[in-house]
Ligand binder design. Sequence first.
Ligand SMILES: NC(=O)c1ccc[n+]([C@@H]2O[C@H](COP(=O)([O-])OP(=O)(O)OC[C@H]3O[C@@H](n4cnc5c(N)ncnc54)[C@H](OP(=O)(O)O)[C@@H]3O)[C@@H](O)[C@H]2O)c1
Length: 295
Amino acid sequence: MTPILVTGGTGQLAGALAAAAPDRVRRVGRPEFDFDRPETLAASFAAVRPALVVNAAAYTAVDAAEDDAEAAYRANRDGPATLARLCAAAGIPLIHVSTDYVFDGAKGAPYVETDPVSPQGVYGASKLAGEQAVLGAGAQATILRTSWVYAAQGKNFVRTMLTVGATRDRLTVVADQRGCPTTATDLADAILAIADRIAATGWRPEYGGLFHAAGSGETTWFGLATATFEEAARHGAKVPEVAPIATADWPTKARRPADSRLDCGKLAAVFDVRLPPWRDSLARTVDAIYAPPLG
Ligand SMILES: NC(=O)c1ccc[n+]([C@@H]2O[C@H](COP(=O)([O-])OP(=O)(O)OC[C@H]3O[C@@H](n4cnc5c(N)ncnc54)[C@H](OP(=O)(O)O)[C@@H]3O)[C@@H](O)[C@H]2O)c1
């Protein structure tokens, strides 16, 4: 079976891809694949000899990036550029993952791929620079902007809520930022469907460029938190009181878009791929969090 090289070793998306297609996915991560040591990229490439590459590695610490711009740009712009050049030289497609944080959140409606970008912080700016570098590298590149990613493992909002909620009677959660929660599992399934389509038809020009790929529907962080506890209650978890607050009452180092909902119509039109409703996927993910360990 032709291998898919997936970067981002222990990350949420790389883990979900490996779980969904263990026979095809070759996961690489630090230290053997490190955007801070560019020579490791070609070495991984040569070792795996992939038919397609998925770049799921990124500097994802949104607040820390404000004080660590050089590292964020190395991982989010320079590394993906090198990866795209390697793909171009090998004549294979690259699926690169980007973010809703390229937008400022002021549109007031779901964003389409042609909307103007205006990142609010270093993370978003470095990811935008990565999109541009990948597009400029001459590779067969599909760029998927996703949003609010979480999984049953890893560091994410849903797991943080459950951890904090287990020890506190009352939580406050921002209720004036809107977006589309996306499980790593759903995004992995979408990526594999895209990879299958590319393999079946060969590369087509319409596969190149930007696509939005997020869970269907929308909510706020407050909505995601209350829904998480509704699901956790089915598993007997203690449910804290959750109180809505404004972004202004929860200061963070990096500014975040107030409304970064993504319109995923182009993904459906070109690849016939739609991610499931976020509420259904949340229920499945909370079930997985509470599932007893195997064995
Ligand atoms: N998480 C979200 O809410 C969100 C939202 C929108 C878009 N995205 C995008 O979705 C993609 C997948 O995100 P995710 O949630 O799976 O992220 P994640 O769980 O934070 O995983 C990111 C992975 O990238 C690796 N990485 C970081 N810096 C690296 C470097 N210099 N060289 C090599 N690897 C490096 C990390 O390695 P270590 O394990 O060694 O640290 C980690 O395994 C990323 O492109 C991200 O920008 C995420």
